[in-house]
Unconditional design. Structure first.
Length: 472
């Protein structure tokens, strides 16, 4: 059996001339946003037969990998690549206000091309789950974020809190690899050196393993966080419980937070999707910031669901390229940022966009019903490795290689550390980046003509002004 240890020539995929299975070590798994980089993937021809870890996310990503479609589809019928590119270019060229969305299951290189395409088209650009990620971004823009890396959590965090998050569902190896069980540089005994606290509206599997579980009343997160901040500042509360949590338990939680050497709060959609939205996250960020007057305390968002391993990369690339993390419009020739106005679900519900390009996400699986119904009525172009729900209804579908299996690319972990996903099998399909570049090249002539017509319109306007006001 041949073993590939590092990225290099072998990262292009196994040599088809070599017989027998191949083991590729240190493979990154984009099955969730933790991007675990310790997999040993066994490849036999173009099949992945083992991954070396017991993780449902990794198993679904690698062991269920298959190429469902080799040729593009135009209106549900197989077509040549040239025909598909022409049809896609026609849709985008005729659109007055197109929407580009998705980006969470593709590489940073493709995300960058999506920004470039949105700017060239003068359209809108948004990421999935903006109801959650948008709340986090809005809160961060208000007060900032005290954060760290997963390596620091593993080596230093003796108090770990999960608030509105179930890591065993969204990040299956998070507890075992980073947050709870592994021995660290300053925590040599692993689980014995750590305290685990879970705050949630229901008793989750992680809560069963916790040292302390606080079952908060649904919609009571803001009240609980505000009470913790008040008690931290020494203020008395005129009640015996807050959000179904007795004040004595509240004080006990606060004392644990103040006494720990290094604390971390991982929060999820349970916090942002309840009443209060971004205000819940804002209160948490403020609490963590104020705790740093007593000890070292940090906060990190848990990104989900499974299969969307580069959601952090979408925000990083959009911010790096435009200055804004989501909900962008290039209609005026420069990026405008306005959550609510330029968020994909709201744009679709108001009927403001007339075409859609979906990259790296099955958007119909998470859009609100009205927005999903509106998307089904639009001419849609989808780039995806599989014929998922959104791809099945697309006017043009481009099958693309899966990053981390059939293609290599850059992805960002939940702590915003960039990692290089490897190619472990050969794929006959192009990458998302290659397809977007081809679309850009076909739109180039249109925008040269548009630029010329804009100059002509400006000359006409100046002539009119001269005639009306005597300008010279």
């Amino acid at each position: 059996m041949h073993v590939v240890q590092s990225e290099g020539e072998k990262s292009r995929g196994p040599d088809p001339k070599r017989g027998g299975p191949i083991v590729v070590r240190d493979v990154i798994c984009p099955g969730c946003a933790d991007l675990c980089d310790d997999l040993q993937v066994t490849v036999d021809g173009d099949r992945i037969i083992d991954i070396g870890v017991d993780c449902p996310g990794a198993k679904a990503f690698f062991l269920e990998y298959r190429i469902e479609q080799v040729s593009p589809l135009v209106r549900g019928t197989e077509a040549g690549w040239e025909e598909a590119f022409k049809e896609a270019a026609r849709i985008l060229t005729n659109a007055r206000y197109p929407l580009i969305m998705g980006l969470s299951a593709t590489a940073a290189e493709a995300q960058r091309r999506a920004v470039e395409l949105a700017e060239a088209l003068g359209g809108c650009l948004d990421v999935p789950y903006s109801a959650f990620y948008g709340a986090r971004a809005l809160a961060m823009q208000e007060v900032g974020e005290s954060t760290c890396t997963l390596g620091e959590v593993k080596n230093r965090a003796d108090l770990v809190i999960f608030w509105g998050s179930e890591p065993l569902e969204t990040h299956p190896r998070h507890l075992a690899r980073y947050a709870l069980h592994p021995p660290g540089m300053f925590l040599p005994h692993g689980r014995k050196d750590r305290t685990l606290i879970v705050v949630d509206v229901r008793r989750t599997p992680t809560a069963e393993e916790a040292d302390c579980f606080l079952q908060v009343r649904p919609g009571g997160d803001y009240d609980l966080l505000a009470a913790l901040r008040a008690r931290l500042k020494g203020k008395e509360l005129d009640c015996t419980e807050v959000a179904s949590i007795p004040v004595k338990e509240l004080d006990s939680l606060l004392e644990r937070m103040k006494r720990c050497r290094y604390g971390i709060v991982f929060y999820g959609t349970g916090l942002s999707m309840s009443r209060g939205w971004e205000q819940n996250i804002l209160e948490l960020l403020l609490l963590v910031r104020e705790l740093n007057a007593f000890t070292r305390f940090f906060v990190m968002a848990m990104r989900g669901p499974l299969g969307y391993g580069n959601a952090a990369g979408a925000f990083k690339v959009l911010t790096w390229q435009t200055g804004y993390p989501f909900a962008l419009s290039f209609a005026r020739g420069f990026p405008q940022y306005n959550p609510g106005e330029f968020t994909a679900s709201e744009l679709l519900e108001r009927g403001e966009v007339d075409a859609a390009l979906v990259v790296g996400a099955d958007v119909l699986s998470y859009l609100p019903p009205r927005a999903a119904a509106a998307l089904r009525e639009l001419p849609t172009i989808v780039l995806a490795p599989r014929l998922h729900l959104t791809a099945q209804g697309a006017q043009v579908f481009f099958p693309t290689a899966t990053y981390g299996i059939g293609a290599k690319g850059t992805m960002f972990r939940i702590d915003r550390i960039p990692l290089r996903a490897r190619q472990v099998v050969n794929s006959p399909l192009p990458t998302d980046e290659a397809v977007l570049l081809q679309l850009l090249s076909r739109l180039h002539d249109r925008h040269v003509d548009s630029a010329l017509s804009a100059k002509d319109e400006l000359r006409v306007s100046l002539r009119r002004l001269k005639g009306m006001r005597g300008l010279r």
